[in-house]
Design a protein around this ligand. Structure first.
Ligand code: TPP
Ligand code: MG
Length: 781
């Protein structure tokens, strides 16, 4: 059934109002139950947001029960999670136990979560601003799939819808995303702003809507403002009614909120005071009792389901990106309405009892879907069964996996760097005509060339819904980059905003689950600027989006570029960030192995996204053949790069670009410490995760050994370690504790600076002399 939004049958409207009431009640009750009825056991306040939820009830009721179609996807504002869960419960897609366990372990989540909730969350939310923005990128990815014919001919594009709190518009990433969306000609995107003019601490600035209006319009969006509800609209038909509406228009946000909280009498006093000289107004006011006046004055369109449906009807039927500014009252319909401190406010027992009574829900029937409804049960059931959105099927897909070749041949020289090799590997894949090369899609925030994607893009071109030729190429201006834009391109040339990189990677990394079409997204970035988009990266990973992040160049090995571009803490991000497995290869052959592994691992059910940290420093490459055994060892996180035949007494552990310094140190030390061994760590993250897992298994009684412990079985128990990395020293220092050996850890723990590598390695204490000194020191400990 496709609902006709423009003409809603009265019967449907009655049912919708019932569902609106039920959604409102269940959201409040779920929170009340969690805080007052369920025993929290630890005395902590459970929390939940009754006022934020109440604000958006009508909007979400209209959307989910009437407007949305199965193919539409929604990012629900974080604090409306109870509303979302209540709606899914009414649809039969969420259990009563999970509602009773709202915010408890295993129960319905505080903020909608794709991975932890069972009720079909489209996009997780929680960190304000990001949920809204990802809908833009979700829409771009949907278009990408259509343009590349990666979806069936009968695929119906859905709307990517964001339900946003108004304070989310304070987040800068919102504007970054809007701008990128405009550049990429985004469509099929709706943003509904719950304009309750309150945030957590504050009432938002007056007339913000004007700025929002202009802003969206300037980005090519249609703006639809939902201001007056049906009751207020009808005032305009009365003589003097427009004076009241004008008064509302100029009423400061804080005063409007306060009067909404205080109710009918306060409205009357204030209106009489301000509009005393207008007899027609006074006459209108007399026609209402206090309750009616309060209801009329606070009848904003966003809390009025009929007005909300009208607004959605206006935008239905085309793909123009649309922003709805929906005026609402925070806490609408609850005793918390409009109070400036209501964000974390909770109704007390007396208030919820009164609220329950006012809705005619009998005691003991609090979780009953039909209790208190005006419509008969069969009407409700019939209505729900016709839902164009929910037909009982889950909308989580899983496309088949893409085969990865067992070897990628590439040309290398004796001296090469991992960043260069990465470009070559991708270029080799790009030359082939197979599923992998077709499904790879690359992204870079204005660092395409400098992260070595140039050759790949020359082959595969830039994606944009609108084709554009390369004018420089056409005019025969010499350039290594021959890039045209077209709907067939396979590279997103994003603007500099790193947040957008991670949000696009997030959206592309969910393509399999959301659209049922698998992509292999690869993003490149300057390593240090991972921090700039870290929350968006975390957000993408929290949803288990799958992608490969290739970050380059790393550490002070960047030399003259200086401290602002040298990455120091990223190895720790690699270790600390869940759902992200990090590798830092030293040599080309390691990278080839890790790259192929990454392309597989990101597709595995128990896999994750991968981050590979690379360098631009040329290193002399080892002459060796990589067999299956070495390949397994490289992937395990570490292997013996130089192993003394006997059990050694001294180990240098290292990662990445400092191979020549380590080699030199070994050379210097070989007379004094002939049994020195060198452990190459290709992934401190993997070794660490493995070690932690083994500890858990041991406490469950299993006899297991971790990879790092296994490696050190080949050294003497009282042997010593020096570790060195071009990054924070603590990234490797944990190994000492894990294998119960004394360790001295070298690395870069302060901001870097410009210089040649000889000076920098000396100053930061990671050159061969520093390694030799550390070895001497280890002996004297
Ligand atoms: C990035 C981030 N910063 C801070 C918070 C804490 N926080 C939660 S809600 C909120 C204000 C939300 O106001 P608004 O978006 O207007 O939502 P509503 O009024 O609908 O509750 C803040 C600051 C957060 N969730 N995410
Ligand atoms: Mg708000």
């Amino acid at each position: 059934m496709k609902p006709n939004l423009k003409k809603i049958p009265q019967n449907d409207l009655r049912v919708l109002k019932d569902l609106e009431m039920k959604t409102s009640w269940l959201s409040s009750w779920m929170i009340h139950n969690a805080n007052n009825i369920r025993n929290s056991l630890d005395g902590l306040k459970v929390g939940g947001h009754q006022a934020s939820s109440a604000s958006i009830i009508s909007i979400m009721t209209a959307l989910y029960f009437y407007v949305l179609k199965k193919e539409d996807r929604v990012a629900v504002k974080p604090h409306a999670a109870p509303v979302f869960h209540a709606i899914q419960y009414i649809f039969g897609n969420q259990s009563i136990d999970n509602l009773k366990n709202f915010r408890a372990y295993g129960g319905a989540q505080s903020y909608p979560s794709r991975t932890k909730d069972v009720d079909d969350v489209d996009y997780s939310t929680g960190s304000v601003g990001l949920g809204g923005a990802i809908t833009i990128f979700g829409s771009l990815i949907q278009d990408y799939l259509i343009d590349h014919k990666f979806v069936d001919n009968n695929f119906k594009p859905g709307k990517m819808i964001a339900l946003l709190g108004d304070a989310e518009l304070d987040e800068g990433n919102i504007y970054e995303a809007l701008l990128e969306g405009a550049k990429q000609n985004v469509r099929n995107c709706w943003w509904v702003i719950d304009y309750n003019r309150q945030s957590l601490d504050a009432v938002v600035a007056d007339e913000l809507h004007l700025k929002i209006d202009e802003l969206f319009a300037s980005m090519g969006w249609r703006v639809i403002t939902l201001k007056y509800g049906k009751k207020l609209q009808s005032l305009s038909k009365l003589k003097g009614g427009n004076k009241i509406l004008n008064w509302i228009d100029s009423c400061p946000n804080d005063l409007y909120s306060a009067l909404s909280f205080l109710g009918g009498k306060a409205w009357r006093d204030r209106l009489v005071q301000d509009l005393a000289k207008h007899k027609d107004v006074l006459k209108i006011l007399k026609g209402f009792n206090d309750k009616e006046l309060g209801e009329t004055m606070s009848n904003l369109a966003g809390n009025d389901i009929e007005a909300v449906l009208d607004a959605f009807a206006e935008a239905e039927g085309d793909d123009i990106p649309t922003c709805f500014i929906a005026y609402t009252i925070k806490g609408y319909g609850l005793p918390l309405a409009g109070h400036k401190d209501n964000h974390a406010g909770l109704m007390n027992n007396k208030q919820i009892e009164e609220y329950q009574k006012s809705l005619s829900i009998n005691k003991g029937e609090e979780w009953d879907i039909y209790s208190g409804l005006v419509s008969p049960m069969k009407d409700i059931d019939k209505f729900l069964s016709k839902s164009p959105f929910f037909n009982g099927d889950k909308r989580i897909y899983n496309d088949r996996k893409i085969d990865i070749e067992t070897k990628i041949d590439y040309k290398t020289s004796q001296n090469s760097n991992t960043q260069d090799i990465f470009g070559k590997l991708l270029n080799e894949i790009g030359k082939k005509n197979n599923m992998l090369s077709d499904r790879i899609v690359t992204f870079s925030p204005d660092v395409t060339v400098s992260t070595n994607l140039g050759a790949w893009v020359n082959q595969r071109q830039i994606y944009n819904r609108k084709a554009k030729t390369d004018v420089f190429h056409d005019k025969k201006v010499m350039s290594a980059q021959k890039w045209t834009m077209s709907p067939k391109g396979q590279h997103f040339a994003l603007g500099i905003a790193e947040n957008n990189l991670f949000l696009t990677l997030g959206a592309a990394g969910l393509s399999n689950a959301i659209f049922g079409s698998r992509l292999i997204p690869i993003g490149t970035i300057y390593d240090t600027f991972i921090s700039r988009g870290l929350d968006a990266l975390n957000y993408a990973l929290y949803q288990d989006a799958r992608f490969l992040l290739v970050a380059t160049p790393s550490g002070i090995s960047l030399g003259p570029e200086g401290g602002a571009h040298q990455s120091i803490i990223t190895p720790l991000i690699g270790i600390g960030q869940p759902n992200l497995l990090m590798f830092e290869p030293t040599f080309a052959d390691e990278l080839e192995v890790i790259f192929r592994y990454a392309l597989n691992f990101m597709q595995e059910d128990n896999g994750s996204s991968i981050y590979i940290r690379l360098t631009t420093r040329n290193l002399k490459q080892p002459e060796r053949k990589i067999n299956n055994d070495i390949e397994t060892q490289i992937i395990s996180g570490g292997y013996w790069y130089k192993k003394h035949s006997a059990k050694s007494n001294f180990t240098i552990v290292f990662t990445g670009a400092l191979a020549p310094e380590v080699e030199q140190a070994v050379e210097t030390l070989k007379e004094d410490i002939p049994d020195i061994s060198v452990l190459m760590v290709t992934s401190s993250d993997r070794l660490y995760k493995d070690w932690r897992l083994v500890q858990k298994k041991r406490s469950a009684g299993q006899k297991v050994i971790s990879r790092i412990e296994e490696l050190f079985l080949e050294t003497n128990p009282d042997s010593l370690i020096v570790s060195v990395i071009d990054g924070h020293s603590s990234a490797l220092s944990w190994i000492g504790g894990a294998v119960n050996r004394k360790i001295i850890s070298l690395g870069v723990d302060e901001f870097g600076q410009s210089g040649n590598l000889i000076d920098l390695y000396r100053v930061y204490g990671v050159d061969s002399e520093a390694i030799v000194d550390a070895c001497a020191q280890a002996y004297s400990l």
